[in-house]
Design a protein around this ligand. Structure first.
Ligand SMILES: [Zn+2]
Length: 450
């Protein structure tokens, strides 16, 4: 392991629900954590070593953040069209690598990719793991399995299902099994099912389920047989209940979960990743709830805050997710927002929210989950040093400018922002004008209306 590299001193918040150590120290050695404890108990051999001591007043030392729901291949798309139709796969991939660095620079040292276009997420994961590029450790699902009633079948029936969509259309039970085997061969860590529709796609998204209970069972059984986790996009009551009953490991959103769904989650050990920043940011970016266009989003947010608060109090583990990759949630900026929502709106304490976004989130990571999320000897030295106390102000975690140091595998993350870039013409909608240019007869000139 070599010589100790860093001795970090300050309040130690280790990722568990234990009380923090007010005057603590963390020692790193090579890519691992070597020692954690009270500063007063620091073994003298470390103090005598050539390790760099970082001892600034008022600092907190905590595990690197874990984001339970990102899409590294989505490129900050503004619509399903931009996601599915525009930008060549090669350019998307390079962009994803460029964006991955921004995620890491926000202190997110591990993230779950909850659906990719093509096989980009797998390749970005491997490019980071192989040491070519800087980014968070990724666990990835492939393209999500959708029926005609699921989120990703968002284009009209008279179109071919676009190959650039972050989903794959399933037409039969045989295809369910075939697609899982195919994706496992393509290197996914998890299977993702599009279990319900979405407010962004259709106004009747909040009821019903895209698959039957029997079909969820087929997915869960086959994914688990092949050693993969099983995850579902489920906003509606029915999709949550059927997927939970079938033994899915992770439920994304769960906005309309009811008591039956909560009970099934508890019985089957399901984790919920609400991933509310997409909805909340979309509302905030467009005039708030006063804008009638946001009524559907607002109705879902209101329901989710009520229902997920109940789920959390009943004991269902919540893990924060940002949904980074869509334009309302650009990379590197909103990863800690859901922890803030947990505290402000779901009744978690800052300590509980921080646990959910570190050690608690490792429930989503089979490959390296036992080696991240906690400040503990033997785990990876994925650590952030924060100027201030996130237990007093969880919002600090959304301000990487307040992080003195981000370590991944014991090495300081380069904080230089990626060079600014120009969007290419082929990334965008082919839009002539964002509105209608009406002729105003009184004024004798044109007026642009949205
Ligand atoms: Zn998502």
């Amino acid at each position: 392991m070599g010589e100790p590299a860093y001795i970090l001193k300050g309040q130690v918040i280790d990722g568990t629900l234990d009380a923090p150590i007010a005057r603590g120290a963390v020692v790193t050695q090579g890519e691992e954590i070597a020692w954690v404890g009270e500063e007063a108990a620091l073994p003298p051999s470390y103090a005598r070593s050539g390790a760099q001591v970082i001892d600034l007043p008022g600092r907190s030392i905590l595990p690197g953040l874990v984001d339970g729901h990102i899409h590294i291949s989505f490129g900050e798309a503004r619509s399903e069209e931009e996601l599915a139709l525009y930008t060549p796969v090669e350019f998307r991939t390079l962009k994803a690598v460029w964006n991955a660095k921004k995620v890491l620079q926000a202190g997110v040292t591990s993230a779950f990719d909850a659906a990719t276009t093509f096989n980009i997420a797998q390749s970005v994961r491997d490019a980071i793991d192989s040491g070519m590029f800087e980014g968070p450790r990724l666990a990835v699902s492939g393209r999500q399995l959708t029926s005609h009633q699921g989120l990703e079948d968002s284009f009209p029936n008279w179109m071919e299902f676009p190959p650039g969509q972050a989903g794959v259309l399933i037409r039969s039970r045989d295809e369910l099994v075939e697609q899982i085997r195919y994706q496992v061969k393509d290197g996914v860590d998890a299977i993702k099912v599009s279990g319900s529709n979405d407010s962004f796609i259709t106004p009747d998204s909040l009821d019903g389920s895209a698959f039957t209970y029997d079909e969820y069972r087929i997915v869960a059984d086959e994914a688990h047989r092949l050693g993969r986790m099983c995850t579902v996009h489920a906003r509606s009551r029915d999709a949550v209940a059927d997927a939970a009953r079938a033994g899915f490991d992770v439920i994304f959103h769960a906005s309309f979960i009811d008591d039956e769904g909560i009970d099934l989650c508890l019985r089957n050990g399901c984790v919920i990743v609400p991933t509310l920043p997409l909805l909340v940011n979309a509302i905030e970016a467009t005039g708030g709830s006063a804008n009638p266009a946001n009524a559907g989003f607002q109705r879902e947010v209101d329901a989710a805050l009520t229902n997920l608060g109940r789920a959390s109090r009943a004991g269902v583990p919540l893990v924060p997710g940002s949904e980074s990759g869509w334009s309302p949630v650009p990379y590197g900026q909103w990863h800690a927002r859901e922890m803030q929502i947990f505290v402000d709106d779901l009744g978690l304490s800052p300590g509980q929210a921080l646990h959910a976004g570190t050690l608690g989130a490792t429930r989503l990571f089979r490959r390296f989950g036992g080696r991240v999320g906690k400040l503990e000897a033997g785990r990876y030295a994925d650590i952030i040093v924060v100027d201030g106390d996130p237990l007093a102000d969880i919002g600090l975690l959304q301000k990487p400018s307040r992080f003195d140091l981000i370590l991944k595998a014991g090495r300081p993350v380069d904080r230089t922002p990626p060079a600014p870039r120009r969007p290419m013409h082929y990334e965008r909608h082919k839009m002539f004008l964002n509105g209608i240019f009406h002729y105003d007869q009184e004024a004798g000139r044109g007026v642009l209306r949205r």
